[in-house]
Design a protein around this ligand. Sequence first.
Ligand SMILES: [Zn+2]
Length: 116
Amino acid sequence: MINGSTSGSVSQHIGPVRTCIGCRTRTLPSELLRVVAIDGSVVPDVGKRLPGRGAWLHFDLECLRNAERRRAFSRALRVQGSLDVALLREHLEQQGTLASGQPRGQQATRKQVDPS
Ligand SMILES: [Zn+2]
């Protein structure tokens, strides 16, 4: 005999969860970075207290790329048109370089020739 009251109700009281707009994983807000749109740019809301509509993203450039590809920022932040993610990417790159020294994409290794 299956008792209806005991089955089907798995306790999921882990508090509010947010969805990363890059990989669509649901997790705690402390695992994610809140971003808001200001003047057509996606800005990292480090203090989590900027006004307006926010979106949530992992501290991960891969998630940023996924979100960009599917235009998740415009959709999540209710913004018409495209958003500039340069500030956000910079922020994530800084976080990333602290963890693993990623090589910069375009590094000008030009030899300086002294004319004298
Ligand atoms: Zn993610």
